[in-house]
Design a protein around this ligand. Sequence first.
Ligand code: FAQ
Length: 311
Amino acid sequence: MAKSLEEKFQQSIDAEQKIEPKDYMPDAYRRNLIRQIAQHAHSEIIGMLPEGNWITRAPTLRRKVALLAKVQDEAGHGLYLYSAMETLGKSRDESLQELIDGKAKYSSIFNYPTTSWADIGAIGWLVDGAAIVNQVALQRTSYGPYARAMVRICKEESFHQRQGFEIMTSLAKGTAEQKEMAQRALNKIWWPALMMFGPSDKDSVHSAQSLKWKIKRQSNDELRQAFVDITVPQAEFLGLTIPDKDLKWNEKRGHYDFGQINWEEFYQVIKGNGPCNKERLAARRKAQENGEWVKKAALAYAEKHKKQQAA
Ligand code: FAQ
């Protein structure tokens, strides 16, 4: 009996062949990818805000240049991701509108405030560190344009992580007050960083199908565990304490055991009730309004250029 299109599609996925924009794909695969890539792109753009807040207050010119470059890279990541999403037929304008209307999600982590310079170090170390663990796996995602965007993004994220870890090293090896700042930042960002990997596997809505389609290559809990295992020795190197009394090496499992995540907090944040959700969306809305004239001018110029080429 002839194989259905869906069966052939799954066969290509199982054979590790990349799906490209013009290939057949089930509608649900397309919708799921658009959802995940858009959420990812929005995270990059909203993610510029907490760190952007500290560019003018970076303690040295060297720190300022590095932070400026990092925040600019995040805009670039947003751009690659929106472009990958557009190959699936969803326009960037429509997707951005959903973000500023509060209908689209972006990573929960960016709804926490950055109140000290140490928070900038902890974001680079932990947030970019978590992003790398997730995104290294996504380099092997089944959709070609998303996988290729990830390769480039991972290279840049690794610079970001080192930038943060270097800030944390300076603070942790500095005065008692500086070490205390670093510890407070770790206390604040540790649990929200673990939440970045999404709900536990038993509560994840999309994981089973996404893993079957190889959109995701590892489950939320597997990635979270990998992040904990990588990060604990880094905290030890810094002489800082991870704020989890249940954290301990489990010889039998070959992994660290860790405490319960506050899922109530996670769901409140993704529902829009985190400490900075309203502020983040207001900032995006303002940027959209202020940039409208630039967009119009650029589009008018492109149109004029097209007419001249055609004449
Ligand atoms: N925050 O069924 P699942 C960065 C939602 S890195 C908010 O498990 P899925 C770099 C999820 O969308 C951060 N919402 O979902 C950077 C779904 O809701 P929906 C971005 C979350 O997709 C660093 C519902 O919960 N990275 O930005 C979160 O299979 C520094 C059920 O969850 C990515 O997006 C959350 N933490 O797994 C930038 C990576 N977790 O859509 C600036 C790509 C879950 O049905 C500065 N994304 N939800 O309404 C992924 O790998 C996946 O989408 C997961 C979630 C793992 C995030």
